[in-house]
Design a protein around this ligand. Structure first.
Ligand code: COA
Ligand code: ZN
Length: 222
């Protein structure tokens, strides 16, 4: 039985003092975000990784060596990696999350966007049977159901490190009102879990392993 830890931080937990632990590349990226909320979410994501791994390795957060190299272009905007662990960061709306495992993990949190026109984006990201299922829903219930689909599918493609480089419609998952499960994809053995956060957000965790796993969820405390 292997364990996956999931840590959540609320956007209000961001503090300017966390900036001191970021490396130069991370500080530059922080500076490039225009909106305060984007800055806060990015800063918290890096802080979760650096503080929690620093604690495990008994080193200061700033000394944790991270690799964000994008496999496509080499720029430091890819999946965050560190020696000896598997990681996945996600941020949306009020929440920032980090999953830490021994097998590859993918975490996705999304705020339910009640004004978004779901049909357009669903057409590009859902498989035919998923689109058919979504027709059962209207209004905010449709946005909720779509967000459940999206987080389950994005968690899987984040686990592989391909991210949205994998077309989401090629990844088929169980219906939003059914227990989370992979229906079909070509990424090998994988497990899906839904994570409950609050009424305005949906979140899912994917683990690329056939081994039974336990998921331990905690709140990040500064
Ligand atoms: C990364 C991606 C999954 C982000 O999705 P999102 O819902 O907007 O954002 P999330 O908050 O859930 O995830 C962002 C985090 O995922 C991680 N991430 C970045 N690229 C990733 C990838 N390919 N696979 C898995 N995780 C990735 C990062 O840790 C990032 O947070 P950080 O940069 O603050 O550390 C999506 O934008 C994507 O797949 N992009 C890459 C696809 C692509 O075109 N790659 C080629 C670029 S040259
Ligand atoms: Zn890239």
């Amino acid at each position: 039985m292997s364990e996956v830890e999931v840590w959540w931080a609320g956007i209000g937990q961001a503090r300017e003092e966390f900036l001191a632990d970021l490396n130069v590349v991370e500080q530059e990226r922080y500076a490039r975000y225009r909106r305060d909320a984007d800055k806060a979410r990015f800063l918290l994501g890096v802080t979760l990784v650096r503080r929690l791994l620093g604690e495990r390795m008994s080193v200061p957060p700033a000394s944790v060596v991270l690799d964000r190299r994008c496999p496509d272009c080499g720029k430091p905007h890819g999946k965050v990696r560190a020696e000896g662990v598997e990681l996945s960061v996600s941020h949306s709306g009020d929440w920032v999350g980090l999953a830490i495992g021994t097998a590859p993990v993918g975490l996705d949190v999304e705020r339910i966007d009640s004004v978004q026109e779901v049909d357009g984006v669903a057409g590009m990201s859902l498989a035919p049977e998923e689109l058919q299922e979504l027709k059962r829903y209207d209004g905010i219930d449709k946005a909720r159901a779509f967000t459940r689909y999206w987080t389950r599918k994005e968690a899987l493609v984040k686990a592989t490190g391909a991210g949205l480089g994998t077309a989401l419609w090629t990844v088929v998952v169980s219906a939003p009102d059914q227990p989370p499960a992979v229906v079909s994809w070509d990424g090998g053995p994988a497990q899906l879990s839904d994570l409950e956060i609050d009424a305005d957000h949906r979140a899912a965790l994917a683990v690329l392993s056939a081994e039974p796993i336990t998921v331990v969820v905690d709140q990040f405390r500064v």
